[in-house]
Design a protein around this ligand. Structure first.
Ligand code: BV8
Length: 252
């Protein structure tokens, strides 16, 4: 692994435009269960049962119960060193974008500012009629309604079979195609269109670095594949790159 970390450090030291794509694995060390891991969220429930518009139509109360459970679960978790290094990276590259598939809000809590949330956010909801988006945490009402029109509100989450926000996916594609360095961290690379982004970066001759304890369908395309945990590997790469020291010296 040391050899791959050294390669990743060399790439980052000459990077100017960095794009990062994260999946549930970046929150694993914050004790947020991943989707498809052995303790995965989907294990208790099947995605089709709950993370789809049909499920919400069929049983909105059960879907809200699941999202309320996940809100409580995430509120008991904290960002881990992986989130923190990604937040610090943002300050040191001329052009930086974080694209996340995660809906847990931990990147924001780690003070990342430049974030594209591809799949929405657990702590936002929207009116099923007027589509107005609000900050929302489930309370005692199992079927929360829109304050202005009385219609049901739903989690502001992209469910399977639903399209992503066109503006968000367009920005994600732009940042994947124009970066010179693309880090893909903690994703099984199974969900589309997110998992096409690293390949777009590769096709636009960016250097792609994958950090994941397991291999994934994109491992064979990346330049550097580091088999490790994000919370351990990212701090080592960042420390070794010494970018903060160099730039702090420059700003002295
Ligand atoms: C859409 C919100 C147009 C829900 C989620 C081709 C093109 C377009 C669409 C499709 C297509 N093929 C299939 C589709 C349909 C579908 C899809 O991709 N299905 C898959 C399952 C085959 N896509 C869609 O429906 C998308 N819509 O494209 O619209 C359209 C419309 C209709 C029909 C066709 C196209 C919408 C997808 C969004 C779905 N919503 N989330 C919720 O959260 O409640 S996706 C869900 O999976 C989460 O967001 C999650 O982030 C995402 C991906 O999972 P991962 O993040 O990768 O998590 P996972 O557990 O799988 O993996 C964790 C990884 O971390 C593992 O690799 C593990 O090894 C690693 N790890 C573990 N510990 C660590 C670690 N890594 C680092 N450090 C550690 N410590």
């Amino acid at each position: 692994m040391e050899n791959e970390i050294t390669k990743a450090v060399e790439i980052l030291k000459s990077a100017k435009k960095v794009t990062v794509l994260t999946g549930a694995g970046v929150s694993a060390e914050s004790n947020v269960p991943t989707f498809r891991g052995k303790e995965g969220l989907w294990k208790k429930y099947r995605a089709e049962e709950l993370a789809t518009p049909e499920a919400f139509k069929r049983n909105p109360e059960l879907v809200w119960e699941w999202y309320g459970y996940r809100q409580k679960l995430v509120l008991g978790c904290d960002p881990n060193p992986a989130h923190e290094v990604i937040a610090r990276m943002e300050k040191y590259f001329d052009d930086f974008m974080l694209i996340t598939q995660n809906v847990d809000g931990l990147h924001e809590r780690a003070r990342s500012k430049k974030i594209l949330e591809l799949h929405g956010n657990l702590f936002k909801a929207r009116c099923t009629v007027g589509r107005m988006i609000i900050d929302f945490t489930l309370g005692d009402d199992p079927l929360p309604k829109c304050e202005s029109c009385g219609a049901l509100i739903r989690p502001h989450i992209v469910w399977f079979g639903e399209s992503l926000d066109p503006m968000i996916i367009q920005l994600a594609v732009e940042h994947s195609e124009k970066c010179d360095t693309f880090l893909v961290i903690g994703t099984s690379a199974l969900v589309q269109p997110a998992s096409s982004l690293p390949l777009m970066a590769k096709r636009s001759s960016a250097k792609v670095i994958e950090i994941n304890p397991d291999s994934t369908p994109i491992t064979r395309y990346v330049d550097v594949s580091i088999r490790g945990k994000a919370g351990e590997v990212l701090p080592r790469i960042w420390e070794k790159a010494g970018i903060e020291k160099v730039l702090l010296k420059r700003n002295e």
